[in-house]
Design a protein around this ligand. Structure first.
Ligand SMILES: CSCCC(=O)C(=O)COP(=O)(O)O
Ligand SMILES: [Zn+2]
Length: 205
């Protein structure tokens, strides 16, 4: 049984996140998708194809973590499986944001390996679990795939056993998760700042 007041709060949080992220250039042209954990098996997630800067609560639907809709005729985000999988595998995840910024898109293409290493930036501490600028922050990278089930399996294997709060899909964008939506928004902002810094440093090397 879904708690309807909790669902309404989740819908509001997702609508507000879309507005903030669109204004920040993080989700152009309907890109991106967002979710909030509702209970042990369900999430509130954006419906597919919506403009993320112009969401209303009706654009946020309930599915289980296997992406079966609950009481909605709408189609969930094409990438909802990636959200559900994170809630299944990461008990610490209360909210998940997927964004398509320029920096995430370009930097993930410039790196040939499967990891972006960020080191020496004070803002690394904005990521949950990071206590010092002095530790290297690893952001796993997986190759993009239009087959979301296949992409989900590759991401699950890549993340297995890692204490991370984010990964990049090459040429596509960022997934990040946190205890709640405000932590998740902070991580999107911090990671994108760090991606920008890394791009500038690579240009000046
Ligand atoms: C035009 S963006 C292509 C699809 C995508 O990557 C995305 O993030 C949005 O898909 P959704 O089904 O969640 O709207
Ligand atoms: Zn996407």
């Amino acid at each position: 049984m879904i708690d309807l007041e909790q669902l309404a709060r989740a819908q509001q949080a997702i609508v507000a996140a879309g507005d903030e992220l669109y204004r920040a250039g993080q989700v152009p042209a309907t890109g991106g998708n967002f979710s909030v954990r509702l209970d042990a098996t369900h999430m509130a997630v954006t419906a597919s194809g919506r403009h993320k800067g112009r969401l209303t609560p009706a654009d946020v639907m309930v599915t289980d973590f296997a992406v079966t809709p609950l009481g909605s005729p709408q189609k969930p985000s094409d990438e909802a499986r990636l959200h559900g999988q994170l809630y299944q595998d990461r008990p610490e995840a209360g909210a998940v944001l997927h964004t398509h910024s320029r920096a995430a898109t370009v930097l993930s293409r410039l790196i040939e390996g499967d990891t972006l290493w960020l080191e020496g930036f004070e803002l690394q501490k904005a990521i949950e679990g990071v206590a010092s600028h002095d530790t290297a922050l690893a952001v796993p990278i997986v190759d993009n795939d239009q087959d979301i089930a296949a992409l989900a399996e590759v991401a699950r294997e890549r993340l297995r056993g890692l204490d991370t709060r984010a990964y990049l899909i090459r040429g596509h964008g960022l997934y990040t998760w946190a205890r709640d939506m405000s932590g998740c928004l902070r991580q999107v902002e911090a990671l994108d700042f760090l991606f920008d810094c890394e791009l500038i440093m690579r240009r000046t090397r």
